[in-house]
Design a protein. Sequence first.
Length: 114
Amino acid sequence: MDDFLPVLGISLGLTLFIEEVFAFITGIRLGKDLGLVFLLNLLTNPAAVMCYYYVASFANLNYFVIKMPIEIIVILLEGFYYKKYSVSIQKPFLFSAFANTLSFGTGLILNAIL
């Protein structure tokens, strides 16, 4: 558990960077919507990491068995808020799914390399 805070910080930093860049590349230019991407990830990423660590601390389950339901919930939550509050995100659930898959996949690759 000693690695929790560094993991949380690195995960959050990478997620914010990757998903903001993804938003910009996909045409999101409004400050309100870029801010929404930032704020939603600021809320959901630490919660997802903490949920994973909590469940993994007492359940001897495969990484993906724990992580996938958490990621699906994050995608749905973010998609709901993008739909409700964004101006320029045309397909909020698809945007959320791709952005989260990109940041999650990047994390998997970095973990495999490091």
